[in-house]
Design a protein around this ligand. Structure first.
Ligand SMILES: [Zn+2]
Ligand SMILES: [Zn+2]
Ligand SMILES: [Zn+2]
Length: 495
């Protein structure tokens, strides 16, 4: 059995380096040498939990505790917890001459200093440059404090009388969501799973964590409804979670004069929400607020009256956008926009709206679906040629990508066109129109209304524009662009 007092300083030097390596790299794949190191340290503490060396083992376990939230072998975390609890029981009420101890102000940022401090702590002859005297660090009550810090890292919220800490899981969540909501998800993030997971966390949240979890869902909702998420079930899941918790907030009263404005950027809103979703995070929020004099008091940021408002807003947003993105889309209003008074195509407007410019993005989805639907109803070859090209081009303009209902309608038209029986040879001598944007837009206007629009440089014959082989090529290119966006089963589900 080893005790710090029997150990030469070299040994504690080495040990604290090994412990520090585990602290820093706890989230590497399952590592049996980590398990061994934790078990050794826990055994030393368990052998004499009230002993003179307990402070070293308790600090060591506090350093390695992050690994115990990761992938320790079965039983490892429990052995550490048992030893830490025994040490806390044995040491926390010892009498001592100190009015305070270092653990009382030890936060997670100071964890990285522990490895450097431990050897000098054990060696009375070593230089000591720390703010607090050595005997406060070595005091049994300080050892008990570090044992509780370790316990709180392993099971967030399980220990009292220590500075609040954000759970490691919360830190991970903040960095994952921040990257995702900034538009640069980490390579290993499954976006749909990550967003759905926030809904599930809200559904299962403890009452105290519910307001924070709701704020996270509010933040990921903005992303989910932006068109970046192409699975209806993700939006469904978020809406269900909000519906489930709404009754807990609805009908509440409060004595607040008003409520704070919550962050309006996704990453900031998500971070605040995660912080408010744990006891440690809430305590840190409140400390920070008191220290800085900024921010609203905790009870206002999580006020049920405000949360009912947030839940209703989020739900309305989810329902509205779910309909737009995944519901059947009504395009009847587009007749007034793209047909002239005489009922013929407004070719000028169509040429203008098929220009690949950002200001046309907002028209692209409705126009594309309208053109695809009208293509199916039209018997006029020239109209059909224009409508097909409009549908093709708007799908390229759509940003970030066309919603399910639009893809469904456009694909149906394109697949019908691509499946049509084709003549073995083109019924025209010239080449097909170039699909390069400027040329095809000018050419399309001239083809459709030769008397109104002058021909471009490479003008093609009308037979070339209406050629079924050209149409099939356009359709096939559009199918290639759209086919991978949604799962076939979602495309097949009407409505
Ligand atoms: Zn003391
Ligand atoms: Zn209130
Ligand atoms: Zn042809």
């Amino acid at each position: 059995m080893k005790f710090v007092t029997d150990m030469d300083d070299m040994m504690l030097d080495e040990l604290s380096e090994i412990w520090d390596d585990i602290r820093e790299n706890y989230d590497t794949s399952n590592n049996s040498s980590y398990d061994r190191t934790v078990l050794d340290c826990a055994a030393d503490l368990a052998a004499d939990p009230g002993g003179d060396s307990a402070y070293a083992w308790a600090i060591g376990l506090a350093m390695m505790a992050p690994y115990l939230t990761w992938l320790p072998a079965a039983g490892v975390a429990q052995q550490a917890v048992t030893a830490l609890e025994a040490a806390d029981r044995a040491l926390r009420d010892r009498s001592c001459p100190h009015s305070s101890h270092p653990y009382e102000s030890h936060d997670d940022e100071a964890d990285e200093d522990l490895a450097g401090l431990l050897p000098a702590l054990a060696d009375e002859t070593a230089d000591w440059n720390e703010e607090r005297p050595r005997d406060e660090w070595r005091c049994p009550r300080n050892a008990a404090g570090f044992a509780r810090i370790a316990l709180d890292i392993v099971h967030p919220g399980s220990a009292t009388d220590i500075p609040p800490r954000l759970p490691l899981e919360a830190k991970d969540s903040i960095s994952t969501l921040s990257a995702l909501l900034h538009g640069y998800p980490k390579p290993w993030t499954d976006i749909n799973d990550e967003i759905s997971g926030q809904g599930a966390d809200l559904s299962h949240a403890d009452p105290a964590d519910r307001a924070g979890r709701l704020q996270v869902v509010r933040a990921v909702t903005w992303y989910a409804v932006s068109g970046m998420v192409r699975k209806k079930s993700v939006l469904d899941g978020l809406a269900e979670a909000v519906e489930k918790v709404l009754p807990h907030f609805a009908g509440s009263d409060c004595a607040h004069d008003g409520h704070p404005a919550l962050p309006d950027s996704g990453p900031n809103a998500a971070e605040l929400g995660i912080r408010l979703s744990s006891a440690g995070g809430r305590a840190i929020y409140e400390r920070g607020r008191i220290a800085s004099g900024r921010d609203a008091p905790l009870d206002e940021v999580v006020c049920p009256v405000l949360m009912a408002e947030i839940a209703n807003q989020t739900l309305a947003q989810l329902r509205e956008r779910r309909e737009e993105l995944f519901g059947e889309r009504d395009t009847s209003h587009a007749d007034a926009e793209y047909l002239r008074a005489d009922g013929r195509l407004d070719i000028e407007k169509l040429v203008e709206r098929t220009d690949h410019k950002s200001w046309n993005e907002k028209h692209a989805d409705d126009l594309g679906l309208w053109a695809a639907r009208r293509h199916g109803q039209s018997a006029d070859d020239r109209d059909r040629a224009v409508l097909l090209l409009v549908a093709h081009q708007t799908m390229k303009i759509s940003y970030p990508s066309p919603p399910l209902s639009v893809v469904r309608g456009v694909l149906a038209t394109m697949r019908a066109v691509a499946a049509a029986h084709l003549p073995a040879e083109c019924p025209h001598e010239d080449e097909h129109p170039a699909l390069r944007r400027a040329e095809f837009r000018a050419g399309m206007a001239h083809f459709w209304a030769p008397e109104e629009f002058t021909p471009g440089e490479d003008s093609r014959s009308a037979e070339s524009w209406t050629c079924p082989r050209f149409a099939a090529a356009v359709a096939e290119e559009t199918i290639r662009d759209l086919a991978g966006l949604y799962e076939e089963e979602e495309l097949a589900d009407a409505g």
